[in-house]
Unconditional design. Structure first.
Lengths: 272, 339
């Protein structure tokens, strides 16, 4: 009896696992479903009819979508670039040097992602206030950079720790200066980690709401636009169309990042 | 020739890590074309010396010259010196050929020329045709050959080798010893290598510097340091020796000084065997026998101290036997100091 219990999962456990999965993914399915509904004022279930016309509407007759989309893309792109530069530098410094307080500084780098967004948001907003910095694209970017740097840093620091320090010395020994060593030896080793970190950072920034509401002022990023759209009952399925778009734009980089880091670990192990 | 500056010159060089003097006031000349060994136990400063020559470390005090030019403040990438690293440090994202051509690529040598040079360098280390292999596919011995080719292709004036044979198994180690020696002879480049294996140092090097606690305790040819150790440390570290206290040495026809007596110079005979005039002897009881293949090491407790004799395998003694130890008086080498 006990051997049978070991081999097959108990029915109760299976049901709760399936229930958990449904709980997580059914709302997502509903978002997809309502992008195709013919009812535009309220979300009734089941949808009275299915249509693809909202994709056309979103594309041609809703100019209010485009500015928030551009702003979100711009913010995500610049925040990612900043994160790549500073996250990599921080990881390089902290993985090489040994000094008192290293672990503390490492923790301080990672903290912004563990901190509730609302704290980061309030802190940044009051800081901008005190320094009388007006809200602009750059205040949003700075807000996003706080957690984007963490993602890049985490990815890079893991790879730097695996990087054999002798490789850098070998490169210098063979005549390469620091820049050449970075270009020809370090970058190829950490490249996939940076790409993965960068894509995760982009995805995080692209759909961020909480920190953005505190640092955006009157500007509207795509997620904030979506939030405000849900309040008024007009062409609601268009919001779902945009949601599907956001879903794809953020999911693809996350999937790619997952496969990249997995690949990296694989080759890292086999080259030993 | 007498005007030629040494390949590497250390002048009162010290290097400290915190409060530890890793290299302590070392002065040393390595001549051009020498196969030079830095020998010592781990933590004795030999590897730091190698890194000082490569430029990975800078001296805190003193000066280093490489072929008459000061190396003070010169970074590794501006020194005409190349290193074979202990773990080989091959670039895992490059093929064997790209690894070997790396230094040439950095110097801006054209693709065709550097590929040709990498090819002949690989042929020199007997890896012809391995250009497009990944480094992960190579065995330890092959990786080492790639590391050698990668260093030598740049035409260094001095080649540094950090524990070059440490990671190889015995058979391969002996083979590589021969190959490194013949490579060094045919290229005529100064080789400086670090090792903690005294057998390796004695069999490969023209000269050996023996390190202890950051200082050089003796420099000389392999036979110098083996036959005429100047300190108990050298006598013991270079092929374990019997170290005789002054009174014991004097009582057996030597000088009243700390004296080295190599185990293989001692013969084991029966208690009443005849002792030739030029020889000394001591009676004792066999306390331990250690079989080591070609030789057997026999520990004999004499009245004053235990001596170790190294005899050809098959010597017929048993633990507890009463024996006489006989050795030529000339085999006792008085050492300068008591340390």
């Amino acid at each position: 009896m006990s051997s049978k219990a070991n081999r097959t999962t108990p029915l109760g456990l299976r049901i709760s696992a399936i229930a958990g999965l449904l709980f997580l993914h059914l709302p997502l399915a509903l978002i997809f479903l309502y992008a195709f509904t013919t009812e535009e004022k309220s979300f009734e279930f089941p949808p009275p009819g299915l249509t693809t016309k909202w994709f056309g509407v979103a594309w041609t007759s809703r100019p209010d979508i485009w500015p928030p989309l551009y702003l979100s893309l711009q913010v995500a792109a610049i925040a990612t670039v900043l994160a790549l530069i500073f996250g990599t530098l921080a990881a390089a410094a902290l993985s090489r040097a040994r000094f008192f307080g290293r672990e503390t500084i490492s923790l301080l780098f990672v903290l912004p992602i563990a901190l509730p967004g609302i704290i980061t948001g309030i802190a940044l907003r009051s800081a901008f206030d005190i320094m009388s910095i007006p809200f602009s694209v750059w205040t949003i970017i700075l807000g996003h950079a706080t957690f984007c740097i963490v993602v890049v840093y985490n990815n890079a620091v893991a790879r730097f720790r695996r990087l054999n320090g002798n490789l850098v010395e070998a490169s210098m020994d063979l005549g390469a200066n620091s820049f050449q060593t970075f270009r020809h030896v370090i970058l190829p080793q950490i490249g996939t980690a940076l790409l993965a970190g960068g894509m995760l950072a982009f995805a995080l920034s692209f759909d961020e709401v909480i920190v953005t509401t505190f640092t955006a002022g009157q500007q509207t990023t795509l997620p904030i636009w979506m939030l405000s759209e849900l309040i008024r009952p007009r062409q609601r399925p268009v919001t779902n169309v945009v949601a599907v778009f956001v879903f794809i734009v953020t999911l693809l980089p996350i999937l790619a990042a997952y496969y990249l880091t997995r690949e990296g670990e694989h080759t890292g192990g086999s080259s030993k | 020739m007498s005007f030629m500056s040494p390949a590497v010159r250390f002048q009162n060089v010290s290097r400290r890590f915190g409060s530890v003097r890793a290299v302590d006031n070392v002065s040393l000349d390595i001549e051009p074309g020498e196969f030079f060994a830095l020998l010592g136990p781990s933590g004795s400063g030999k590897t730091t010396c190698l890194r000082l020559i490569a430029g990975f470390e800078q001296p805190d005090e003193g000066h280093i010259e490489i072929f008459g030019e000061t190396a003070d403040g010169v970074p590794p990438y501006r020194r005409n010196v190349n290193t074979v690293f202990q773990d080989y440090a091959l670039f895992p994202h490059m093929t064997v050929g790209e690894n070997v051509a790396y230094g040439l690529m950095i110097k801006g040598v054209g693709k065709a020329e550097r590929e040709a040079k990498a090819k002949s360098a690989l042929a020199m280390v007997k890896l012809a045709g391995y250009e497009s292999r990944r480094t992960a596919q190579l065995s330890g011995g092959q990786r080492q050959r790639v590391a050698l080719a990668r260093a030598l292709v740049n035409g260094p004036k001095v080649l540094l080798l950090d524990e070059p044979l440490g990671a190889l198994d015995l058979k391969l180690r002996e083979q590589m010893q021969e190959e490194l020696k013949s490579l060094q002879t045919s290229l005529g480049i100064t080789f400086v290598f670090v090792t903690h294996d005294q057998g390796e140092a004695l069999s490969m090097a023209n000269r050996v510097a023996i390190f202890n606690e950051g200082k050089i305790v003796q420099v000389g040819t392999p036979s110098d340091v083996y036959e005429r150790p100047t300190s108990r440390f050298v006598a013991d570290f270079v092929g374990s020796s019997n170290v005789l206290p002054p009174e014991f040495a004097a009582a057996h026809g030597g000088h009243a000084a700390w004296t080295s007596l190599r185990p293989e110079k001692i013969q084991i005979a029966s208690q009443n065997a005849l002792v030739p005039a030029a020889c000394a002897h001591a009676k004792g009881i066999v306390t331990a026998i250690s079989y080591q293949g070609a030789v057997t090491r026999i520990t004999v407790a004499t009245e004053k101290l235990a001596l170790i004799a190294s005899t050809p395998a098959g010597t017929d003694v048993r633990k507890g036997d009463s024996v006489s130890l006989i050795w030529p008086k000339s085999a006792m080498v008085a050492m300068g100091e008591g340390a």
